[in-house]
Design a protein around this ligand. Structure first.
Ligand code: NDP
Length: 444
């Protein structure tokens, strides 16, 4: 039995109910086989066994009182996966689907993503099965305060620096930061995604979406292509999706469809971003409400069929496993030339295979969506300096970082004999830096 299969067997035995984590681990480990051949010393040092086991897993009770006076109890998580190259860093997700498997898969991916940015940040992730949807601001605040009342003892500006993710935006980061500061009596950069008046970085809100599009632009250049005149479909209508759409438009592309977890809309005249921003960022409304303003658009219940909308470029920016094999085949059949993951692991392994087999340009999430965490790390730098860069300065650094990530992944793929395969390239390039640090630190 191969080394990787043996390792996966042990991982399955130890984590039997964690399908998302096992999916992510298998994808990374299999693509690292050429590294194992070239670096037997990493096998001897048990490096692969160690990297798939989180350094620390924290699971805790989050009790809070709703507006009716009833007690509610949620479960909180923080997975401190790897601190080999810097303090743990990764978002907090608030969504009813959150469980240990999902947070571990996200934390594991985060190790390699953070390494790819070239910045000194380790990998972590956290969250809760709390659903902010339909809750009042006061309920969200009480939940966030209770969540932080336990989390504060595990985090710190040089220990673990959480950020936002699904369901965690400026409002939630604000409530959590306020509670942290109150408990520890220190003003420190312990969270990123902060408001601009209290330590946040310009361009953090835009970073993941903009970074994704900068990355795709690099992918397109390798084929002599650009965004100009391209039809683009973007799933989701949250933070990542909205700012990806904005940058696509700036670069001359046309976004024709977007979605939320209820359904998707198609606007053949091009999605009106002012409307979608107002609906999602201000009014907290649904995609179907887009039609009340633009009645020429069409709305469809359910999100899966968004990938049947013909496009040149597809940017999945909602959630994990949202593109299956069938959707991937449809995209290819409709002439799609590039797919890049704004979300984390939105394509199933079968879908990724379809893209690679058909020589579609494919940007895996850990490379393509690393812009968010990169600017989070720049927020940490600004906090340490007690200084702020301008929007243009941060945006220029973000663009450089995304160009570099593409270059590193592209070159690693070439170097290991997988030319054009950015999945393998990103995993290898991200892994090598972490592996070198782990190897230097001894068996810890
Ligand atoms: P938001 O909460 O701002 O938006 C998420 C969007 O995806 C919403 O439109 C939401 O619809 C939709 N969505 C969420 N869950 C599902 C589901 N199960 N099925 C269908 N649609 C769903 O989150 P973000 O934009 O921040 O995050 C989107 C993705 O990008 C996630 O995978 C996240 O991990 C990843 N990511 C985010 C980064 C960031 O900086 N924010 C950085 C790197 C990756 P609805 O409103 O109906 O729930």
């Amino acid at each position: 039995m191969s080394y990787v299969n043996n390792l996966m067997d042990k991982l399955i035995q130890r984590n039997p109910n964690e399908p998302e984590f096992l999916q992510a681990a298998r994808e990374v480990l299999e693509s690292l086989e050429p590294v194992m051949d070239r670096h037997p010393e990493y096998i001897d040092a048990g490096l692969f066994e160690r990297i798939v086991e989180p350094e620390r897993q924290i699971i805790f009770r989050v009790p809070w009182v709703d507006d009716k006076g009833d007690v509610q109890v949620n479960r909180g998580f923080r997975i401190e996966f790897s601190s080999a190259i810097g303090p743990y860093k990764g978002g907090l997700r608030l969504h009813p689907s959150v469980n240990l498997s999902i947070i571990k898969f996200l934390g594991f991916e985060q190790i390699f993503k953070n390494s790819l940015t070239g910045l000194p940040i380790g990998g972590g992730k956290g969250g809760s099965d709390f659903d902010p949807k339909g809750k009042s601001d006061a309920e969200v605040m009480r939940f966030c305060q209770s969540f932080m009342t336990e989390l504060y003892r595990h985090i710190g500006a040089d220990t673990d620096v959480p950020a936002g993710d699904i369901g965690v935006g400026g409002r939630e980061i604000g409530y959590m930061f306020g509670q942290y500061k109150r408990i520890v009596n220190r003003y420190e950069g312990v969270l990123t995604g902060k408001g601009l008046t209290w330590g946040g970085s310009l361009a953090r809100t835009e970073a993941t979406g903009y970074g994704l599009v900068y990355f795709v632009d690099e992918m397109l250049k390798t084929k002599g292509e650009s965004f100009a005149g391209k039809r683009v479909v973007i799933s989701g209508s949250g933070n990542v999706a909205i700012y990806a759409a904005q940058k696509v438009k700036e670069l001359g592309g046309e976004v024709v469809a977007m979605s939320d977890s209820s359904g998707y809309f198609v606007d053949e005249k091009g999605v009106n971003l002012d409307t979608i921003k107002l609906l999602k960022e201000v009014q907290r409304k649904r995609c179907k409400d887009y039609l009340a303003v633009h009645d020429h658009a069409a709305y469809f219940e359910g999100c899966d069929d968004i990938w049947t909308v013909p496009c040149d470029i597809a940017l999945p920016c909602a959630t994990q496993n949202e593109i299956n094999e069938q959707s991937a085949r449809t995209l290819v059949a409709n002439g799609c030339i590039a797919v890049a993951e704004g979300a984390n692991m939105p394509s199933t392994p079968e879908a990724v295979k379809v893209f690679l087999d058909n020589k579609i340009l494919f940007g895996p999430g850990k490379a393509a969506n690393a812009g968010g965490v990169a600017v989070s790390a720049l927020e940490m730098s600004q906090n340490s300096m007690r200084y702020s860069w301008t929007f243009e300065e941060v945006d220029a650094k973000l663009k450089d970082i995304m160009i570099n990530i593409h270059k590193k992944a592209y070159e690693a793929a070439n170097d290991y004999g997988f030319s054009g395969n950015l999945v393998v390239g990103a995993n290898i390039a991200g892994f090598l830096k972490v592996a070198d640090a782990m190897y230097s630190h001894g068996i810890v």
